[in-house]
Design a protein around this ligand. Structure first.
Ligand code: COI
Length: 369
């Protein structure tokens, strides 16, 4: 089967909602958005079939999808997604951060899940379209943004196990504040010794729903043990640290060195991860991407070699890690102070995203106007 890709930009039809959320209600939501709880008035939808490729691009009212109960996504989980944010700058303009990276990762995820690729141009245009339709939903409070969630599902009604020949691409948007309810303070994380997230040759490097589904039971175990996130080890040796349920991990060493697990094919290539590596190198840090074990972490903390540990992702940006807990031992302390470099990198990254400092790497892309 060949998976058609578009070679020309799609034109979007506008189908505005007749029942937008009232202004007063919207402002109330924007004042305290939380994360992932509220959705805007519109959504983007584009259809794909094996015969016609991508077609019928539109901005339509936000609302339930009509899915045949035999739709393949409901049975075999053929689904991928992305997450990125629209930031309102002080002058009112709206920008997003390195969307080309998300577009390219979305294409890689599509290839791995045997879904059709959407062109980078159409992906970026879909972000502009949803933002233009719901521009009043981009909040302006500190550390708030409009979280954009592009996703693609197999919606062919067919129970045979093969790649679907009918697919839908959508973008929904959700005003967002802090991802963790406690704000930016050190979190405890739980080491999953019984479960892994991804194996060699699996879907670990793809952003697909199945990876997150597999993390939910260990994530529950983490919560039962008072932890905000779960940490996974590699499936092959059970020794190497991979990533958290939805975030990459970094270790700050003394003498201006930073270590993060290398991308092995089973770790998600985070856009925030990549940006932090660049910002740290700009500051003269050496960033090693290499295998890291729990034992390295324990010894590094004991000897003072490791001075800070943090997690990163689009949703929570950079989150200090205070403690690693397991059923047998713990490393660090839940009461640890956030690390100075952790907080300073967080500040620099958000200053770039919110237009408070020069965007020296040209990472921002304007979404409005
Ligand atoms: C991110 O922060 O990029 C994530 O993937 C978390 C998201 C699934 C809520």
């Amino acid at each position: 089967m060949t998976l058609a890709t578009e070679s020309f930009p799609l034109a979007f039809e506008q189908r505005p909602t007749a029942s937008a959320v009232e202004e007063a209600k919207r402002e109330e939501i924007l004042a305290n958005p939380g994360f992932g709880k509220h959705f805007t008035d519109h959504m983007v939808a584009i259809d794909w079939t094996i015969d016609d490729g991508w077609h019928d691009a539109r901005v339509q009212p936000y609302g339930p999808l009509q899915l045949d109960p035999a739709s393949s996504v409901l049975h075999y989980g053929q689904e991928i997604f992305e997450g990125l944010k629209a930031y309102r700058h002080a002058d009112g303009s709206v920008w997003t951060f390195r969307p080309d990276k998300n577009a390219e990762r979305f294409q890689r995820s599509a290839r791995r899940l045997a879904l059709p690729e959407l062109s980078v141009e159409d992906f970026l245009e879909s972000l502009r379209q949803i933002t233009a339709a719901d521009i009043d939903w981009v909040p302006s409070g500190d550390d708030t943004s409009l979280y954009l969630r592009p996703f693609m599902i197999a919606n062919e009604s067919f129970l045979g196990v093969r790649a679907a020949q009918k697919v839908g691409y959508y973008v929904i948007a959700s005003p967002a504040g802090a991802y963790f309810s406690g704000g930016v303070k050190p979190v405890s994380i739980w080491l999953s010794t019984q479960y892994t997230r991804a194996g060699r040759g699996g879907t670990g490097a793809a952003k697909c729903g199945g990876n997150y589904a597999a993390s939910l039971l260990p994530q529950q175990e983490a919560a039962e043990n008072g932890c905000a996130q779960v940490l996974f080890l590699d499936a092959e040796t059970g020794a190497h640290i991979e990533e958290l349920g939805g975030m990459n991990i970094f270790f700050v060493h003394k003498d201006k060195r930073i270590v993060t697990p290398e991308l092995t094919g089973s770790i998600l290539e985070g856009v925030t991860r990549d940006s932090i590596i660049q910002l740290a190198e700009d500051r003269g840090y050496t960033v090693d991407q290499r295998p890291v074990t729990v034992e390295d972490w324990r010894r590094g903390m004991e000897s003072g070699e490791i001075t800070e540990v943090f997690a990163c992702g689009t949703a929570a940006v950079i989150t200090p890690i205070g403690e690693l807990k397991t059923s047998e031992f713990s490393i660090g302390s839940a009461d640890a102070e956030p690390g100075a470099l952790t907080m300073s990198l967080r500040r620099e990254l958000t200053d770039i995203q919110y237009g408070r400092v020069d965007d020296r790497h040209g990472w921002l892309v304007r979404l409005d106007g």
